[in-house]
Design a protein around this ligand. Structure first.
Ligand SMILES: [Zn+2]
Ligand SMILES: [Zn+2]
Length: 71
């Protein structure tokens, strides 16, 4: 395990570090009034469209995977 893998989510505006992406999003919204993008599937919030698209793609692949394992 890499000890620096925690707190790897850094705020672009004030360079504060967060243990999870969700914490970073919440901080950016509250401290910097950033507009967050929402995943239509699970309601998770993202700061950038590319982050949201990456998540949506992963979510879709996971769903395909689950289907494959079921049958
Ligand atoms: Zn910040
Ligand atoms: Zn989602």
């Amino acid at each position: 395990m890499i000890p620096f893998s925690r707190n790897k989510h850094e705020c672009e505006d004030c360079h504060a570090h967060f243990g999870s992406y969700d914490e970073l999003v919440r901080h950016a919204q509250e401290a910097h009034r950033r507009h967050a993008l929402k995943c239509a599937e699970c309601g998770r919030l993202f700061l950038h469209e590319k982050d949201r698209l990456h998540h949506v793609k992963e979510e879709r692949e996971r769903k395909v995977d689950a289907r494959r394992h079921k049958f």
